[in-house]
Design a protein around this ligand. Structure first.
Ligand code: NAP
Length: 484
């Protein structure tokens, strides 16, 4: 009898999802290599080191379910604590020994019935599976504002922070009021000589106080892991079940109630009526990703801080020129202007069956069957890929469910004596059509602009009830797959 074929995996990316995939794949008894373009693990938490960087998803939820952490210091963990956590997990599972650091993967090509994976150094390896754990908020988006290069001071994107630049007492400007811009403001406005926040669209800001876990509480979690599990599960229900359902209801009363709480906070905390009105959003809460902050309103009212809502005309040598003709002189200009969320694995060149390139498959928009697999690209699997639930959720749990699905698919194939699977054209097309249709009834399409929508106004997220995602991820419907 021929020996059983044990599939091997190339995991692209050594961030949260790549580390997770490696742990789960090893647990299932398979071999893998992680390809990490940088010299260390950590993904988005290695790249985002801006002052104030933190995770507004509660730390006990933003943890692997198999590596809950009794030692989180805060409800909203700092970026550096999160980075330490992920690196600690990678170290615990000795993942570095199975990782190729320092080169990006440039090409994945389906040849015969395996993937050929090539990195930037020209190293080529063969694998049965490719796991794309490359993240979604990965490629910084520079604003299309005239004169960016003319600025004589220091300028950088939040995800490319230049730590050599002195900040205390400087004239700092920040463009963008998404989660990153708000966190930077919380930290930097009090430290700056002058601080100018350029806001194009006001945000709903949910006031959630920061909580510090005492040493006593942490010791209690260490002594009683079941309490940690209970807390994790409660948070999971709260975030994924009700929040996940509410975003599908543009008339959500729950969100209307949360909107009232935000408005009350705005009205009570912002003293200057002009500033207050500038900060008041005129679209539905949760249409854009909800911003959560404990210090934004205090910081933007620091005596040296100002909010500018006149549109930016251009960047000049000395600062930012706005439509009212004013030049806002700056030493440091921070671009908190978000990410190219449609890039996914690109610019990597992915070539599937019959030489079809991923860019051809995605000529209209990035899409994936159930957010995880692609027709014509066998054994190519996304974690947090196109159409996956993102937003105010924990991407970790999402990736855990997706991993579970992948490993069940691998199991199904092996039991049936097959080597590969990809969704049929029909199953993928039908799923995408349903996903796009369902997107029309979500809160995301009620009249705001955000990175949740593509350039045609179609949500790039999971547009169905969150429960459907969990159900789908319990295992593949093999009738939707072509196998070989
Ligand atoms: P973002 O949400 O895409 O926000 C970009 C900001 O830049 C927006 O305020 C946008 O204004 C503004 N902007 C872009 N181009 C501009 C231009 N040409 N002129 C003026 N303003 C411009 O990006 P982000 O803040 O980096 O956040 C991205 C995502 O990362 C978040 O939604 C979240 O999922 C994740 N994140 C999470 C956390 C966390 O704590 N969990 C923290 C940070 C980031 P408009 O609103 O008018 O478009």
């Amino acid at each position: 009898m021929a020996p059983e074929h044990k599939p091997s995996f190339a995991i692209i990316g050594g961030g949260m999802a790549g580390i997770l995939a490696a742990v789960k794949i090893r647990e299932a008894g398979y071999d893998f290599t992680i390809f990490e373009k940088a010299d260390s693990f950590g993904g988005t938490w290695r790249e985002n080191t801006y002052p104030g960087v933190a995770c507004d998803v509660p730390s006990h939820l933003y943890s692997y379910s198999f590596a809950l952490n009794p030692d989180w210091k805060y409800l909203s963990a700092s970026g550096s604590d999160i980075l330490d956590y992920f690196r600690g997990v990678a170290e615990h599972y000795e993942l570095a020994a199975s990782t190729r650091f320092g080169q990006p993967v440039t090409r994945c090509e389906w040849i015969g019935d395996r993937w050929e994976v090539e990195d930037g150094a020209g190293h080529v390896g063969q694998f049965d599976w490719v796991v794309a754990a490359t993240g979604i908020l990965h490629h910084p988006k520079m604003p299309d504002i005239e004169g960016l290069d003319d600025f004589a001071g220091s300028s950088f994107h939040t995800a490319r922070w230049d730590h050599s630049v002195e900040l205390d007492g400087k004239r700092i400007g920040v463009i963008g009021t998404g989660s990153s811009g708000v966190q930077v403001t919380g930290e930097l406005a009090p430290r700056a000589g002058s601080f100018t926040l350029f806001q194009r669209t006001p945000q709903w800001v949910l006031p959630v106080p920061q909580i510090e876990y005492t040493e006593e509480e942490r010791a209690d979690f260490r002594a009683h892991p079941e309490k940690l599990e209970q807390l994790h599960d409660e948070m999971d229900r709260e975030f994924h079940s009700w929040f996940g359902e509410e975003v599908l209801n543009p008339e959500s009363e729950v969100f209307a109630g949360m909107g009232d709480a935000c408005t009350n906070k705005l009205d009570s905390d912002i003293e200057d009526p002009v500033l207050r009105e500038k900060l008041r959003p005129d679209y539905k809460l949760a249409c854009k990703r909800l911003v959560i902050s404990h210090n934004f309103y205090d910081s933007i009212q620091a005596p040296q801080a100002k909010l500018v809502t006149d549109s930016i005309v251009r960047i000049e040598e000395k600062g930012v020129r706005t439509a009212d003709g004013q030049l806002h002189e700056l030493d440091v200009l921070v671009l908190a202007t978000g990410f190219h969320v449609d890039a996914f694995v690109r610019p990597m060149n992915v070539i599937g069956q019959d030489g079809v390139e991923l860019d051809e498959l995605w000529s209209e928009r990035p899409s994936a069957y159930l957010s995880v697999t692609l027709p014509g690209f066998p054994n190519f699997f996304f974690l947090n890929g196109p159409g996956s639930p993102v937003g105010n959720f924990s991407l970790i749990l999402t990736a855990e469910w997706e991993c579970q699905y992948m490993l069940r698919l691998v199991e199904e194939l092996s039991e049936a004596g097959h080597r590969w699977a990809c969704p049929s054209e029909q199953a993928a097309t039908q799923f995408e059509a349903e996903r796009v249709e369902a997107g029309k009834d979500t809160i995301w399409t009620t009249g705001c602009k955000s990175w949740y929508l593509d350039d045609r106004g179609v949500p790039i997220l999971w547009t169905f009830p969150f429960e459907r995602f969990r159900e789908e991820m319990t295992g593949p419907k093999m009738q939707d797959y072509a196998v070989g």
